[in-house]
Write a protein that binds this ligand. Structure first.
Ligand SMILES: Nc1ncnc2c1ncn2[C@@H]1O[C@H](COP(=O)(O)OP(=O)(O)OP(=O)(O)O)[C@@H](O)[C@H]1O
Ligand SMILES: [Mg+2]
Length: 373
């Protein structure tokens, strides 16, 4: 049966498969395709020059190349004729953009993560004591989830001591679409951190009761789509932070990070006990810097037993199993690679490492997803 539609209509249909990487919608849904003209090439059979005019949301959009490449590909791979694409890139009129953003915002209705039925798993990484490795665990776990194929997002909720931009090597700023911010994607993870904002934008985030406000803004002013996993890197401390998280994100689950020594594990227990005050589950415990492997021998530099103690005490006080999910080695490489802007679980090419540390994080990610919400 022959297809009665015009060649332009058939190209339009192919373009509906081209997805804007930031908004997660097709370029046709977003109204980005302003014109398609196919003109037969004289002297050639079944060959057309195809001009596609694309209107991006913002001028000089960093992903413009990705989008135009995909459009080119969708046109050039047309099966029933030879199409020679030429793509013209422009930007939307202010009116059209206002309308688009208003439509997206209305559909999203503020914080998307406390809608009933939301399927995003949210893990808040807490510790009590500072410097035990929350941010390193968050960054590597997020990179692991992304490498395993989960749509992954992470919020740096530590507004005073933010560290995710550095750990992910992010230098760019989130694109601001008429007041809606696009997270910055690095190593496959959608990220937002106060460290990505400068000047006036940062001042806005810092105003008012800072923590609560900036977390809410990150949740409602950022276009997250519907990720499979959202990780929050919390600031050290035992109380307020987790309460703010529980209020804004009723589905969040706490993961407590500790090091082996009692000075860390005692506070880690307290940070988990916040679950007695708010309806938030403690999903499990991660012990970091558990040992240093030297010539095949595990040296327990910071003593031992912290993770197990936190697990036992929280299980006892909360009345449900709070398992010790992982014991991570002390690895100088973890710090060095992290400081160079790549989560150490990933290879330079961005694949999950298949050795010890990659395995450990993969197991941790899988056990978190396996445990029921
Ligand atoms: N397993 C590890 N092996 C080696 N170095 C580590 C390990 N975990 C964390 N570090 C290093 O220890 C330091 C503190 O880690 P990190 O910043 O992740 O802790 P934090 O709990 O987020 O700290 P803060 O409380 O300041 O937010 C960093 O320099 C980090 O690179
Ligand atoms: Mg930190």
């Amino acid at each position: 049966m022959s297809d009665e539609r015009t060649i332009e209509a058939r190209i339009y249909e192919r373009l509906s498969k081209v997805i804007d990487p930031e908004l997660g919608r097709s370029v046709t849904d977003l109204g980005m395709i302003a014109a398609i003209d196919a003109t037969p090439v004289a002297g050639e059979t079944n060959t057309y020059d195809v001009r596609v005019r694309v209107e991006l949301t913002v001028e000089g959009c960093p992903l413009s190349q990705t989008i135009t490449n995909q459009i080119n590909g969708a046109v050039a791979s047309y099966p029933d004729a030879t199409l020679i694409p030429s793509i013209e890139v422009g930007s939307m009129s202010q009116d059209k953009l206002t309308q688009l953003v208003a439509g997206l915002k209305a559909e999203r209705k503020q914080n998307p993560f406390n809608k009933p039925g939301i399927r995003t798993r949210i893990f808040a990484i807490a510790s009590g004591k500072g410097g035990v490795g929350k941010s390193s665990v968050t960054a590597n776990l997020a990179a692991t989830f992304a490498a395993l194929g989960y749509d992954t997002a992470a919020i740096d909720a530590d507004i005073y001591g933010f560290s995710l931009p550095r750990l992910f090597g992010v230098q760019s700023q989130p694109t601001n679409l008429n007041g809606m911010l696009m997270p910055v994607t690095a190593w496959g993870v959608k990220l937002i951190s106060i460290g990505m904002f400068a000047g006036a934008d940062r001042a806005i985030l810092w105003r008012g009761p800072r923590l609560q406000r900036s977390l809410e803004q990150f949740l409602s002013d950022v276009w997250w789509g519907e990720p499979d996993v959202l990780l929050l890197d919390l600031a050290p401390g035992t109380g307020d932070m987790a309460i703010s998280v529980a209020q804004a994100l009723p589905n969040a689950e706490l993961v407590v990070v500790t090091t082996p020594q009692p000075s860390a594990s005692d506070i880690a227990v307290r940070s988990g006990l916040v679950a007695l005050q708010v309806p938030m589950k403690v999903r499990g415990v991660v012990e970091n810097m558990s040992y240093y492997e030297h010539k095949g021998e595990k040296l327990r530099i910071f003593g031992e037993g912290g993770g197990a103690r936190v697990s036992e005490q929280l299980t006892h006080s909360l009345g449900y199993e709070v398992p010790l999910l992982a014991q991570l080695p002390l690895e100088p490489e973890l710090r060095e690679t992290g400081e160079a802007g790549r989560p150490a679980v990933l290879t330079k090419e961005g694949a999950l490492r298949s050795d010890g540390i990659g395995e450990t994080f993969k197991n941790l990610a899988e056990s978190l997803m396996r445990l029921p919400q």
